[in-house]
Design a protein around this ligand. Structure first.
Ligand code: NAD
Length: 444
């Protein structure tokens, strides 16, 4: 049974991010509205939620104040403006399970920036802390639960999605319990600590006919998405190498991230996973084989149970490789570079909550040209949460469902096996796609 220390220990990436996304999008919203209602035409009569939501979008659009343009729209980037918000009653409600660092510093603030989502309940072992947070975010006292009373969420119709933000090995239990009481699940990464747990989570949600999405925020982040699009458009030519690193120097040796039973591993599942998932989703390819090593500084009390460092080389078809390193014992450093025969694209820093930078290099008129793309920052958490809400409203499959987390877990288990045996380990290709449809760039 989980406990909720009042001052959670943690060691996570950098800071939050801010600006709500695109300009007012009448057309995009109308498309969203159409999908909400018409995409399930046969079930239209039953889709009162979608209809209510569609009406909400329309109401939000109707309430949007339109101002005249003062810049030339043919030459100037559109001004960033906040979206008109959906009325609270039309939004998808979330129960946040676990009030640690990620929930308090990123998820709850991001929910305030969401267009289709709202916080509706809190689950915590520390009632005093939870009540304080509830007051801050306008959650009713009656919608504050503890881990024992979790099942009472079944009676709270404001909650459609349970967002599991607990230490990794607890993800399975709370996903299964949420599905059993009829709630959809958004679960933090890594999905779980074993392939068996990932499969059990997928099965539980399938049996209950509930959606399961893994919170791979980078897959909703615009710069990462831009590089994935460059690959799709073949701008870099045939792909050759992906080189990535994600490191941070962890503190408190008693934190759960250094406890094997709770974390499942060390740097690999926590931060190495970003490198692994990035190469898979940016290139759309799956590796066939891995060779890996893990390391620990001598006599370091932080790494009695889990690895400090991991290095792995993934081999893909057609000679493409990914060389990745992650460390819990090096100063913060996060980057990747994707190299193709005709160009490269990199993010440095990559993987963080903000301050990301994207550059790419190509030959232009016989000269090596390096370009830095400026993309206005957007809150990755708000985008991923709104994507889940949009899937709930449209009855659509999330872009990062449980199958995506399961495949990463399979590969992480192969990485550990290679490190243990000193041999290359084959990786079976997934038998069906691990991702749902691409999110709509504008509505998410
Ligand atoms: P944290 O330690 O700050 O918070 C964890 C919460 O779980 C705390 O409130 C703690 O009290 C509670 N908890 C319940 N049972 C517990 C138990 N048995 N032992 C320890 N704590 C227990 O951790 P966090 O940084 O919020 O991470 C939570 C999850 O979010 C992890 O799965 C982590 O990998 C993930 N995460 C994702 C990102 C991201 O960018 N997507 C960033 C950080 C963390």
């Amino acid at each position: 049974m989980p406990v909720e220390p009042s001052s959670p220990a943690d060691s996570v990436p950098s800071s939050a991010d801010s600006t709500p996304a695109d300009p007012p999008r009448g057309e995009a919203r109308r498309r969203f509205l159409q999908r909400s209602g018409l995409g399930i035409a046969a079930a239209l009569a039953a889709s009162s939620a979608a209809t209510v939501h569609a009406a909400g979008v329309a109401a939000a659009d109707a309430n949007a104040v339109k101002l005249s343009l003062i810049q030339d729209p043919n030459t100037e980037q559109k001004e960033q403006t906040p979206d008109p918000n959906l009325p609270p009653d039309d939004r998808v409600g979330y129960a946040i399970v676990g009030l640690g660092r990620l929930s308090l510093n990123q998820i709850l603030p991001a929910l305030s920036q969401c267009k289709y989502s709202k916080v509706a309940a809190l689950v915590s072992g520390d009632r005093a802390k939870a009540l304080k947070i509830a007051r801050q975010y306008g959650v009713r006292e009656s919608a504050v639960y503890d881990y024992q009373s979790f099942e009472q969420l079944a009676n709270n119709s404001d909650v459609q999605v349970v967002y599991v933000v607990l230490p990794n090995s607890l993800h399975r239990e709370y996903t299964v319990r949420a599905a059993k009481i009829g709630k959809h699940v958004l679960c933090e990464k890594p999905m779980a600590t074993s392939v068996a747990d990932c499969q059990a989570m997928i099965d539980a949600c399938r049996q209950a006919n509930r959606k399961l999405m893994i919170a791979y925020r980078s897959q909703y982040e615009p710069m990462d998405r831009m590089i994935a699009k460059m690959v799709k458009d073949n701008q870099l030519g045939p792909l050759r190498e992906f080189i990535a690193s994600n490191s941070q120097n962890v503190g408190d040796p008693t934190q759960w991230r250094l406890n094997k039973a709770l974390a499942g591993g060390g740097a690999l599942p926590d931060i190495g996973l970003y490198c692994l998932n990035a190469v898979r989703f940016i290139t759309g390819r799956e590796p066939d084989q891995v060779i890996a090593t893990v390391s620990r500084p001598d006599n370091d009390p932080r790494f009695r149970e889990v690895e400090a460092g991991v290095h792995f080389i993934l081999s893909f078809p057609e000679g493409f490789t990914a060389t990745c390193a992650a460390s819990y014992a090096s100063h913060e450093s996060r980057f990747f570079r994707l190299q193709g025969a005709q160009g490269w694209a990199e993010m440095d820093p990559a993987f963080g909550y903000n301050g990301l930078r994207l550059r790419h290099g190509l030959l232009v008129d016989g000269k090596n040209a390096v370009t830095e793309l400026q993309i206005d920052p957007q809150d990755q958490f708000a985008r991923e949460i709104d994507h889940m809400s949009s899937c709930v409203k449209r009855d659509a499959m999330p872009h990062t469902p449980g199958e995506e987390g399961l495949q990463d877990q399979r590969i992480m288990e192969a990485i550990y096996e290679s490190a243990r045996t000193g041999r290359a380990v084959p990786i079976a290709r997934p038998t069906s796609p691990t991702r749902g449809p691409e999110p709509d760039e504008e509505t998410f």
